[in-house]
Design a protein around this ligand. Structure first.
Ligand SMILES: Nc1ncnc2c1ncn2[C@@H]1O[C@H](COP(=O)(O)OP(=O)(O)O)[C@@H](O)[C@H]1O
Ligand SMILES: [Mg+2]
Length: 284
């Protein structure tokens, strides 16, 4: 049976403390990821697409990092770096081969149900069923999460109002604009008002207005005390809204710091290319 209490300190987390980040004693870790690893077996078809003879791909190769409560943490990296795989492990959608992480003290390996109650996993790629309305889908997911009707209606009012979905609450998904569909899928992922929000590439594929609505909303959630972990390959997004950043290259965490510290001397893009050259040095 799954343990329902947050776990206390133990391996493999012990090696991660005390915090490697200096001067931040007062801030609490909401997420501690320790040595996460994930390797995928490649099918013949995938080997052909990826143009590789290798039968396995190491997507995430021992990633450790910490995120603080009430902050926006950005996992920054080029395509194929392992960002989505890391987020899917943290959201308990796939199991790490090695390592573990704790969110609010709960282990993603040993207490996945508890973790799921704490998090919202958002992606701009989530597809909603065309046949239903935003109102129906919101109620459906609220029911799955056992949200009392009154709380559900209050949340729905707030979220639908915030994203302008209220005018389309009874319109079938099929008849909504792409932006409105995406906003609906975001609202639906937040039915249980999660403490910790994991958002894979929040602005990918969004028109500029929707992208702005989404990033403004993330900042608003952070200002209300929520903790957010997002992935992106867009430097300006990190500079604009993230408090802290971890740079992932080839399945490994290369540099981790506050955005303010990392960008003291130059912009994030230049910092990234320095790290990239150092990491890849001579290999490509
Ligand atoms: N289900 C899978 N099967 C095989 N390879 C995968 C799978 N998921 C991801 N990969 C590979 O793992 C690497 C990391 O992918 P991903 O985590 O999606 O990176 P990112 O989100 O940073 O672009 C890529 O080379 C990708 O092709
Ligand atoms: Mg990705």
């Amino acid at each position: 049976m799954e343990n329902t209490e947050p776990l206390t300190e133990e391996q493999p987390f012990a090696e991660l403390s005390p915090s490697p980040l200096s001067g931040e004693a007062g801030k609490e870790d909401v997420l501690i990821a320790a040595n996460l690893k994930k390797t995928f077996r490649l099918s013949a078809k995938q080997r052909k697409i990826e143009k590789t003879p290798l039968r396995e791909k190491i997507a995430v190769n021992g990633i450790s990092f910490k995120a603080k409560r009430g902050e926006i943490y950005g996992l920054l990296g080029p395509n194929g770096a392992g960002k989505t795989t890391t987020l899917r492990m943290l959201a308990t959608l796939i199991r790490p081969d090695e390592g573990d992480a704790r969110i609010n003290g709960y282990s993603i390996v040993k207490q996945p149900d508890k973790v799921r109650s704490q998090i919202g996993f958002l992606t701009s790629e989530l597809k909603l069923d065309d046949f239903f309305t935003p109102n129906y889908i919101f109620d459906f997911f609220s029911e799955l999460q056992n949200i009392p009707t009154q709380v559900r209606d209050e949340r729905k009012r707030t979220l639908f109002g915030r994203f302008g979905i209220d005018k389309f609450a009874e319109t079938k998904i099929a008849d909504l604009s792409t932006g409105m569909k995406q906003k609906t899928s975001i609202a639906v992922s937040l039915v249980h008002d999660p403490e910790f929000i994991i958002f894979d590439e929040p602005t990918n594929g969004l028109d500029v207005l929707t992208a702005k609505a989404v990033t403004d909303f993330l900042v608003e959630l952070r200002n209300r005390g929520k903790s957010i972990l997002l992935s992106t390959h867009i430097f300006s997004l990190v500079e604009k809204i993230c408090d802290r950043v971890g740079v992932i290259i080839d399945g490994k965490m290369t540099v981790e710091d506050t955005v303010a510290n990392l960008t003291k001397e130059k912009g994030l893009e230049d910092v990234f290319f320095d790290i990239y050259a150092e990491t890849k040095g001579g290999r490509e």
